[in-house]
Design a binder for this molecule. Sequence first.
Ligand SMILES: [Mg+2]
Ligand SMILES: [Zn+2]
Length: 191
Amino acid sequence: MSNSNLFHTTKQAVFLDRDGTINVEKDYLYRPEEFEFIPGAVEAIRRLNRAGYLVVVVTNQSGVARGYYTDQEVHRLHRHIDQLLSQADARIDAWYHCPHHPSGLPPYNQLCSCRKPRAGMLEQAAADLEIDLSRSWIVGDKLVDVEAGIAAGCRPVLVLTGYGVDECSLLPDTVPRCQDLAAAAELIAAV
Ligand SMILES: [Mg+2]
Ligand SMILES: [Zn+2]
């Protein structure tokens, strides 16, 4: 074993956007009963788990700032998703959401550093979980996901689910496009 392996203590992560990437895009989703996985997403998450990546969700939830649902309801939905995943032997290692919007209601009406395209959620996760961002990936269906990943030093992938087809033309050609999360996981696991 080389010294570089001995001292390789940081981890690789795959950051996942939530809406339109893991689950079917529904405007301002917060009700567990309306949550619906995109086909192949559960298997993709399990595959990334087994490939040794931390799987970390980073999701903008401005619906909190807009007063459409509460921070508590975001947590409740995430616990519901955790339960569904555990039944399939898959796991989200950590959840980060941004509840802010500059024109939202107090106390959420902030120009924060966590709302994508800013990199705050990825940087917080890196600090919390000892993630090496330069060896990590982000997968999302919007330009802001790709931008947040690039700002953090991660390799981006755009999925063509959710808003992906519409957002595709906004991105540099160098960003890989994948049909869905299943295809993205295959690409990442093959590297
Ligand atoms: Mg999305
Ligand atoms: Zn925020």
